[in-house]
Ligand binder design. Structure first.
Ligand code: GDP
Ligand code: GDP
Length: 456
């Protein structure tokens, strides 16, 4: 599978220099916590900078202290180092009002050794609006050095230019700026929202292995200090096959893997929560273990939560050749969960990578199904056809009639159908209508809701 995530930019610097403020300015979100207390932005925060056609991923590190005394400081320091390693470019934020601090020298040293492209952003320079205040920061031995004011939005565009230059990208010439000197398009405005994908399943099914494979990185720091980190549980948006995805509750899965107490129970709850927040869920089954009770609980919740579902059987590499494992699982699912018979099933090995490239195209397809909108006119033409071909059975000697209907919601597609005697529409007929709707539209993998109402 080819994986080309947008370049990752890390904001690095000691606490209170203005990293969170700059993060907000660049992504135009309030995601990172801004506070006067040093070290309050503790977890790594991910966001997206959108500039013309070039998106960048931005990570705000928790800050960096040269002499860690408490474990939280140590953690922050580790995160900074990880961010430095992961990033394609580091924006080293320093405090222009405070001058060079001892910690700045140590960070600079680490950055010089790392060989990463660096831009030094000298923040809080709004009072000295010339470059002179920034000049002394050349002593850090890193360049370029750019004076900015994150809180006032000064110099941020120049910083973006430098960034693009360093990454060898071209600034679109047609870019228009607003009063704040930011691109008019809106830096973080999404035309299309990324598909939110949850990966759920029993402990040891291979969720972490699959996530690692999809993210293409094999280390992601997870805090174990309870309550110390703000829960940034979702992955940054990743682009696979031209589509953007966010992996929901990734950190939860990783953290959970290290929680030994009541793991099964914890895992089940986490899975349900993740599905509630996802457009599409991958239900990961262990080919060796078969379908467990917990899998069954997850499966029935998938129907209720309204997210789309892909059934994925992992550990293909452990299966004997010649055995049709997929068919065995399909049969069992169709018997146990007839309501999931429209969900695609895919065999993979998270370990070897077999089949993994099929997952994201499937997820994209199902995401479209989950968000599908059928116009009222079209829906009623379909309803007329379906009820003519096979009219609802009479109840108590009197006819049951569908008058008309319309789609009232997406995610999942929900339809209200008005009938003369809605309480007399039997389950078999409801199933008939659902199957007909699935036959007419590409809705595989998406749950459907048909609601019958009287009157109108
Ligand atoms: P972080 O700990 O590095 O993430 O720093 P924050 O973004 O939380 O900012 C620390 C403090 O500096 C906050 O009180 C901000 O309002 C303030 N600050 C951020 N940018 C500027 C700036 O450009 N000028 C001034 N004067 N203050 C700023
Ligand atoms: P999680 O608890 O669902 O996150 O599962 P992990 O990703 O931690 O995997 C559990 C165990 O199964 C680990 O020992 C993995 O190496 C192993 N594993 C995961 N995927 C595969 C696979 O495709 N084939 C084989 N043979 N082992 C796998």
């Amino acid at each position: 599978m080819t994986l080309l995530p947008p370049p990752l930019i890390a904001l690095v610097g000691r606490p209170n220099v203005g990293k969170s403020t700059l993060f907000n300015r660049l992504t135009r979100t309030r995601d990172a916590l801004v506070d006067n207390t040093p070290g309050l932005t503790r977890d790594r925060q991910y966001g997206v900078i959108k500039r013309g056609d070039n998106p960048y991923r931005l990570v705000d590190t928790g800050g960096y202290e040269a002499d860690p005394q408490e474990s939280i400081v140590h953690l922050i320091r580790e995160q900074t180092i990880v961010a430095m390693e992961e990033a394609d470019l580091v924006v080293f934020v320093v405090d222009g009002a405070a001058g060079i601090a001892a910690d700045d020298l140590e960070i600079a040293e680490k950055l010089r050794i790392s060989g990463k492209p660096v831009i030094v952003a000298v923040n809080k320079t709004e009072k000295r609006l010339d470059e002179r205040s920034a000049v002394m920061f050349y002593e850090l031995g890193l360049d370029p050095v750019a004076p900015i004011s994150a809180s006032q939005g000064i110099g941020v565009m120049d910083l973006l230019d430098l960034l693009e230059e360093k990454l060898g990208r071209i600034v679109p010439p047609e870019l228009e700026l607003d009063e704040e000197g930011l691109p008019k398009e809106g830096l973080a405005e999404e035309e299309k929202t990324p598909t939110r994908l949850a990966i759920v399943g029993c402990p040891n099914a291979g969720k972490s292995s699959l996530i690692n494979r999809l993210l293409g990185e094999h280390r992601m720091l997870v805090s174990e200090i309870a309550g110390a980190t703000r829960d940034s549980v979702d992955s940054p948006p990743i682009t696979i096959g031209g589509e953007e995805f966010i992996l929901v509750d990734t950190a939860g899965i990783r953290r959970k893997a290290r929680v030994s107490l009541r793991v099964e129970k914890y895992a089940a709850i986490a899975a349900l929560k993740a599905m509630d927040r996802a457009d599409v869920a991958i239900m990961l089954l262990d080919a060796e273990r078969g379908i467990t009770d917990q899998d069954k609980r997850i499966a029935s919740h998938a129907v209720e939560s309204g997210c789309g579902l892909i059934i994925v059987v992992n550990k293909w590499d452990l299966m004997p050749r010649g055995r049709d494992v997929l068919k065995e699982f399909r049969t069992e699912i169709d018997i146990e969960f007839p309501r999931l018979s429209h969900c695609p099933i895919q065999m993979i090995s998270a370990k070897s990578g077999f089949g993994v490239d099929k997952l994201m195209p499937l997820a994209t397809k199902i995401s479209r199904a989950v968000k599908m909108r059928i116009s009222t006119g079209e829906f009623n033409r379909w309803l007329e056809g379906a009820t003519e071909r096979n009219p609802p059975p009479r109840a108590g000697g009197k006819p049951v009639k569908m008058r008309y209907g319309s789609q009232v919601k997406v995610s999942p597609p929900t339809f209200v159908i008005f009938a003369n005697r809605p309480e007399k529409v039997g389950d078999a007929y409801k199933r008939y209508l659902e199957n007909q709707l699935r036959a007419a539209y590409p809705l595989d993998g998406a749950p459907l809701r048909l609601i019958f109402r009287g009157g109108a």
